[in-house]
Design a protein around this ligand. Structure first.
Ligand code: PMP
Ligand code: G9A
Length: 401
């Protein structure tokens, strides 16, 4: 057998298997209830509606839909997305500001490819989306986390940190945020903080990345303008995806940005996959244009709102003294804090023994500094599993206290 260790590139040393993907394995272990994976509930996939659309697309435009497409993406889909972003996310853009990606996960990789290298520092929320950290790491830049509270990223701390980084001569190309129903915390950034963030970004002349997979899944409260809506100088790069409003198996997302930024994403993408799955793009365009997505989102929201309420009720009822959790107004996750002396990684084997899985909090921190937290997903499990799962979790924490 070849010993590849001497042959691998330096960057592979920084690649790490996703802890979420590893944990997804527990989701299929007999008897374990998993609040770990960030999976949509398969009950929400509009299988019948999509079946009709797939036949229609194949019959009416099979030759186009099965051919290679442009790297920018299918014209019909870019138009449908641009319309939706204007109507639902308040943007002033057109299809030339949109490029299609193979999920927003690809957008994260392309972002890092374009803007990170040794000597550059990405500023992220702490905690942040675990697989964004995985996407950024191989490009050999550094990452600095800004802590969060109930209003999202602490922008005063952001300002101080940006000043400090500048004094140290460290170059920051972008600030990465998931401002609405954040993964993993479920927290939404307040309007004041959004404005403050944009002011800071303008002052330090850096880009802002708004990753927004959950923005349309609001169950309570009022919509807050997207950063892209508030963006006055083309500083915000926005990522969207169909994964949570239609189906993640379609592996399709999009980037909204100024045209010259879009151009850079397109060139970077050419080398990775030439184009996103053309059939999927035509199917999604039809799903938007026919109103399927529009009719479907209220059903997703109804189901998830119920599951969120159920999990919150169960937590209120069962969790021991000294624990606390967020009460998200949308999205798929909530964030639980346990007493400071509990390390959720050390508790994990006990949790599995008790038949419950979660994602350990430290995985979401670039410096892995917070040990006494965990992320719970409330969308995937059945009602019975949510009830039983929270009981098992509470029991595990009590046993560990
Ligand atoms: N960003 C965030 C914040 C996410 O939560 C996810 C999915 N869990 C992604 C990006 C990737 O989404 P996609 O399925 O579009 O690749
Ligand atoms: O890895 C996956 O399947 C996507 C999950 C994302 C998450 O759990 O945040």
């Amino acid at each position: 057998m070849v010993d590849i260790s001497k042959l691998l590139s330096r960057r592979t040393g920084r690649m790490k298997a996703s802890e979420i993907r590893e944990l997804l394995k527990y989701a299929s272990v007999e008897g374990v209830i998993s609040f770990g994976g960030g999976l949509p509930n398969p009950e929400t996939f509009p299988v019948k509606g999509l079946n009709e659309i797939v036949s229609k697309v194949l019959l009416e435009k099979g030759k186009k839909a099965l051919q290679y497409g442009t790297t920018e993406g299918a014209e019909s889909l870019r138009e449908a997305i641009a319309r939706r972003m204007v109507e639902k996310r308040g943007m002033k853009i057109d299809k030339n500001n949109v490029t299609i990606t193979s999920g927003s996960q690809q957008a994260l990789d392309l972002l890092a490819k374009l803007f990170l290298e040794p000597g550059k520092t990405a500023v992220v929320e702490a905690p942040t989306y675990l697989a964004a950290l995985s996407a950024f790491r191989p490009y050999e830049g550094e990452m600095v986390g800004i802590s969060m509270d109930d209003e999202g990223m602490d922008t005063h701390l952001l300002e101080e940190t940006m000043k400090k980084l500048r004094e140290e001569g460290r170059k920051v190309p972008f600030i990465y945020t998931i401002p609405t129903f954040q993964n993993p915390s479920g927290v939404t950034m307040s309007l004041d903080r959004r404005k403050h963030l944009l002011e800071i970004a303008a002052y330090f002349d850096v880009l802002v990345i708004e990753d927004d997979p959950y923005g349309e899944l609001r169950y309570a409260g009022e919509d807050i303008p997207t950063l892209k809506q508030l963006d006055e100088d083309g500083r915000v790069i926005y990522f969207g995806t169909v994964s949570k409003i239609l189906a993640p198996g379609l592996r399709t997302g999009w980037v909204v940005a100024d045209k010259d930024i879009i151009g850079k994403f397109v060139v970077a993408k050419q080398a990775t996959d030439l184009c996103t799955n053309t059939l999927a793009q035509h199917i999604i365009a039809e799903a938007f244009d026919s109103g399927l997505v529009e009719r479907h989102i209220p059903e997703i929201k109804k189901l998830y709102a119920h599951k969120r309420d159920l999990m919150l009720d169960m937590l209120d009822e069962k969790m021991p003294e000294g624990t606390s959790w967020t009460r998200p107004e949308g999205g798929m996750f909530l964030w639980v804090r346990v007493p400071a002396h509990i390390d959720t990684m050390k508790m994990f084997p006990k949790a599995i023994e008790n038949g419950i899985a979660y994602v350990i909090g430290e995985a979401f921190y670039p410096d892995r500094s917070v040990k006494n937290a965990m992320r719970l997903n409330f969308t995937y499990s059945s009602d019975e599993e949510i009830k039983e799962g929270v009981e098992r979790l509470a029991k595990t924490i009590k046993e560990f206290l």
